[in-house]
Design a binder for this molecule. Structure first.
Ligand code: PEP
Ligand code: MG
Length: 592
């Protein structure tokens, strides 16, 4: 029966496909049959995972003390007994060697069997013990996943599937997309997470905060997801399918209309040139940036090169990736951002980082790079080596104090000296810029600006840090507000300081590619934007209808407005000149 589940749209577009559920314990099941030659390895894997789970339980038991130690020990012992149970273990072995199931599939079958037995019990207490089964098997599954999650995800074909999960890591997105996955429904997640940013780059629709998805959907259900509204329709009707086809036709028509803008200038009706650069995370973004007429790469997020691997990439590997980016842009400017790991991105980067209670306020971005000098040297050398191939700028994330910039500049100078001594052809001078994403940097920009060649405003983080609202926590909803007066004033101040000091300033947060915000940003004096390449034509279409002079007259009103209602009223007046564009406003803006 048709069922609508609500969530928030995190990556636009619709997708129709079969639901593929992954429970939070990450049951990554490979259902392809094993070859005879793979059986021995798979038996070894399951035995190692069982041993690891037993060792974990023993470790837990050894640490017990305090008043409840005895009771807890009994639970742990019961779990341990299950892992020793010959019937359980032999059952797994039989499924692998006779049934030719992968370890993950065999484990899932054993789990399903045991859960069915417990669920059939009359005694409510015993019935509730199925939780123990989930925990024990989850532990074994965890041990299996640790060695093979990416491999298993890579192996399994995802053609025609929509992943339903609690979260998805940025590193998992690319292999999933390469294997034909169509979209994501996440019970958790956020529209501003790096996974959402990457999904937008990959043009994969994503719905986040769809709390009921895992409990209401089943594997194989036909689902239609709408990454604009955030709605998920399970078992769509003929009418739903008709609107899906209608959307596909509209999209094709819109693409055709906008294709005419590929070669066009981006200029307001009163003749102000606006430069639209592309954000890039992967090589494919370069081709798209070129084809949509980007003015350059305004933000290359290097951390994606570090994800999905066991060790950090070396200088040569980084150099080749950056050089290809520069070559690919054929002489247009490229801004390469140094590593911005920490917070939500560190886990799968092949770097061992200490767990932090508050990673967004911890060792992130430039703080991490300065603490691991070898990491920064390697990256800076790789970037500097590309300066012989085209115009390259170096952008430093998470700057909060001028000393960080002077330290980076010193390292750049040292690397440049070494490289020249080694005979590399590199530029004479290097442009170094700061991401303005920590409020302190925006507020103190005047005392920092002389040390900077350019500035990039990172509103994704600036909003989070100014308002103390976690960008990855969708539950905070409306509180994450790029139109908060404090945020508007910081953006306006940053642009004004840069203009006064003749420093180029770009805005590269998600709002740069959202036409809802375009008039407001032009009103504040912004002329350089950087966004997902796929949004360039839409923003160009919007800019070409706007009158910068008229908008600037409204800027003072906007900055004076102190509450949501009056800010939105000014926004409305600013947007009045672009009525057709509004229908296409980004879903993230729908909340504003
Ligand atoms: C930002 O914070 O706005 C930004 C562009 O950087 P990131 O999203 O990579 O943190
Ligand atoms: Mg940022």
């Amino acid at each position: 029966m048709r069922l609508i589940l609500e969530g928030s749209g995190a990556s636009r577009g619709m997708a129709l496909g079969r639901a593929r559920l992954e429970q939070p314990s990450r049951f990554l099941v490979d259902n392809t049959p094993l070859e005879q030659s793979e059986v021995a390895d798979e038996l070894l894997r399951i035995d190692q995972a069982l041993a690891a789970a037993r060792a974990e339980l023993k470790g837990l038991r050894d640490k017990l003390d305090g008043p409840l130690a005895r009771e807890v020990a009994e639970f742990i012992d019961a779990h341990g007994l299950m892992l020793e149970d010959p019937e359980f273990v032999e059952g797994l072995h039989d499924l692998i060697s006779d049934g030719r199931y992968h370890a993950s599939a065999a484990l899932k079958m054993q789990r399903d069997r045991l859960v069915a037995v417990f669920e059939a019990m009359d005694d409510p207490y015993l019935r509730s013990r199925r939780e123990d089964i989930e925990h024990v098997i989850g532990r074994v599954q965890g041990a299996l996943n640790r060695e093979s999650s990416v491999e298993e995800r890579k192996l399994a074909s995802r053609v025609g599937e929509i992943l339903v999960s609690d979260t998805v890591a940025p590193s998992e997105l690319v292999p999933l997309a390469e294997h034909g996955l169509l979209g994501f429904i996440l019970t958790g997640g956020s529209t501003l997470s790096h996974s959402a940013i990457l999904a937008r780059s990959l043009r994969l629709p994503m719905v986040v905060g769809s709390h009921e998805a895992l409990s209401h959907l089943q594997d194989g259900d036909l689902v239609l997801i709408d990454g604009d509204s955030g709605n998920v329709i399970a078992h769509p009707t003929a009418q739903d399918l008709a609107s899906y086809r209608h959307w596909q036709r509209e999209l094709a028509a819109q693409d055709k209309r906008r294709a005419r803008l590929r070669e066009a200038d981006t200029r307001t009706v009163d003749g102000i040139d606006i430069h639209l650069h592309a954000n890039a995370e992967m090589a494919a973004d370069v081709a798209r940036a070129r084809s949509f007429g980007a003015a350059g790469i305004g933000l290359y997020r290097t951390e994606f090169l570090f994800l999905q691997r066991r060790d950090a990439p070396g200088e040569e590997e980084q150099f080749l990736a950056y050089r290809d980016l520069v070559l690919g842009m054929g002489g247009l400017p490229v801004t390469i951002r140094t590593l911005d790991l920490g917070a939500d991105k560190a886990d799968s980067a092949g770097l061992v980082l200490e767990d932090e209670p508050n990673p967004a306020l911890g060792v992130r971005g430039v703080r991490l790079s300065l603490r691991i000098p070898q990491l920064m040297y390697t990256q800076l050398r790789a970037i500097l080596r590309t300066t012989g191939y085209g115009p390259v700028r170096i952008l430093v994330p998470m700057i909060s104090a001028v000393e960080e910039i002077t330290m980076v500049r010193r390292l750049v100078d040292e690397c440049a000296m070494q490289l020249r001594a080694e005979g590399h052809q590199i530029a004479e001078r290097f442009e170094i810029g700061a991401m303005i994403e920590v409020p302190a940097a925006a507020i103190a920009l005047r005392s920092m600006i002389q040390h900077l060649d350019f500035v990039a405003i990172g509103t994704n983080d600036l909003v989070q840090y100014t308002l103390a609202v976690d960008r990855n926590n969708n539950e905070l909803g409306d509180l994450y507000d790029p139109l908060h007066p404090a945020v508007l004033r910081l953006i306006a101040h940053t642009i004004a300081v840069c203009r006064r000091n003749k420093r180029p300033v770009t805005l590269c947060g998600e709002i740069a590619g959202d036409v809802y915000f375009t008039p407001m940003l032009i009103a504040l004096g912004l002329t350089e934007f950087s966004m997902h390449p796929g949004l360039i034509l839409e923003v160009r279409e919007a800019v070409n209808t706007l009158h910068a002079g008229e908008l600037r007259k409204l800027a003072a009103q906007l900055l004076r407005a102190g509450d949501r209602a009056s800010i939105r009223a000014v926004m409305q007046r600013m947007r009045a000149s672009m009525p057709t564009i509004m229908e296409n406003a980004d879903p993230a803006a729908a909340a504003h």
